[in-house]
Design a protein around this ligand. Structure first.
Ligand SMILES: CC(C)(COP(=O)(O)OP(=O)(O)OC[C@H]1O[C@@H](n2cnc3c(N)ncnc32)[C@H](O)[C@@H]1OP(=O)(O)O)[C@@H](O)C(=O)NCCC(=O)NCCS
Length: 201
């Protein structure tokens, strides 16, 4: 459905975000990264629901990420156990501060499904270093396309970061979804700059 020009009502209890769809058809060259690093990266096969959701919330609640918090356990565990879903954790001083998830379940493609750092890991070159690893890991596989979505609720620097990384925007969409703070997946006090508008009972 194409949105009409002008305002469209978003029901109380829902959020709306503008999503930019980006893709890359050839490996982009790595950008300069720090020569000494204060973090480690580990691929985690079969993470537990608790461990995965703890890190997902740690890096994502600030941006109202909730898809994996709301997903039924069995469905999420099947994704986490899928050998074509590669999950990496970035740790600093023994604490998990970053999540990278590459999804190869669609033949010939890779989705950069989740890419996020906690405040501790941001603005220090770890984002660029992690993107360089993500591009290496993805393009070492026989794919024709790497894609990612980012939305206006994500970090304000995320879209420009992806464009600098070599992704090209090809589509813009509006996503309307339940406010995870209303559903209880994210704290009601999170992201006060996006004020909660609750449905009247
Ligand atoms: C989007 C995100 C990954 C960007 O990370 P970041 O911390 O800003 O990234 P960095 O500090 O590594 O990189 C920013 C730039 O500064 C440079 N930089 C910053 N500190 C540096 C340092 N100490 N040494 C060398 N370079 C440094 C990087 O090389 C990079 O340059 P480039 O982009 O021109 O190549 C991060 O903001 C984030 O995780 N946000 C929250 C989650 C999110 O919104 N994710 C996207 C959703 S789809």
């Amino acid at each position: 459905m194409v949105l009409p020009d002008g305002y469209s009502d978003v029901p109380a209890g829902k959020l709306a975000a503008v999503v930019t769809c980006l893709e890359m058809a050839h490996p982009a060259p790595a950008r300069p990264e720090p020569s000494t690093i204060a973090w480690t990266l580990q691929r985690v096969a079969h993470p537990t629901l608790v461990a995965y959701r703890t890190l997902f919330a740690h890096v994502g609640s600030e941006w109202l990420w909730s898809s994996r918090l709301a997903m039924p356990d069995q469905r999420l565990q099947a994704i986490l156990d899928d050998p074509q879903v590669w999950i990496y954790t970035l740790s600093i001083n023994g604490h998990e501060e970053g999540l990278l998830e590459l999804d190869f379940r669609e033949a010939g493609e890779c989705e950069l499904a989740f890419f996020g750092l906690s405040p501790v890991a941001r603005d220090c070159g770890a984002g660029r270093w992690l993107m360089n690893r993500a591009l290496e890991f993805a393009w070492q596989q026989p794919i024709r396309r790497l894609w990612v979505h980012t939305c206006t609720l994500d970090h304000p620097k995320a879209l420009a970061f992806y464009l600098r990384s070599g992704f090209v925007a090809y589509e813009r969409r509006v996503e309307v979804f339940d406010d995870p703070r209303v559903l209880g997946h994210v704290s009601r006090s999170a992201v006060p700059e996006v004020p909660l508008i609750t449905p009247t009972p």
